[in-house]
Write a protein that binds this ligand. Sequence first.
Ligand SMILES: [Zn+2]
Length: 144
Amino acid sequence: MNPVENLLQRLEKVKGRNGSWTARCPAHDDKGPSLAVRQADDGRVLLHCFAGCETANVVGAVGLSMTDLFPPDEKRKDYPVEGKPSLKPAFYASDLLRIIGFEALVVQIVAFDIAHEKPLSQETRDRMLVAYQRIDEAVRLANV
Ligand SMILES: [Zn+2]
């Protein structure tokens, strides 16, 4: 089994195709698809949690280790001792749009509350900031 299949079968709410997926992040209480998964051309698996989880925590949450993200013959050569695997050019626009689409839904729900003059809790205000940060990060990762 290749590294990406090994990972995907352990994740929930997996969507995607052509070497690029989104899924529920196993490392935090994820209501939406915060995890972007991409299979690099050399067989490595690239991961990014838009809620900010470290890659090691994401793989650890499904019982894998960082070396499981690499094809067997690449483990020694390319294993990053520290830091994250390079993110560029890592993610397809379709995945980033799926992330942005979910955040837009969150914003829409709050906009409805505002329109109906419902008071906003601190939790909701904080979630709006998260939505902004995730959209901003998605734009950054899209390299536009
Ligand atoms: Zn996460």
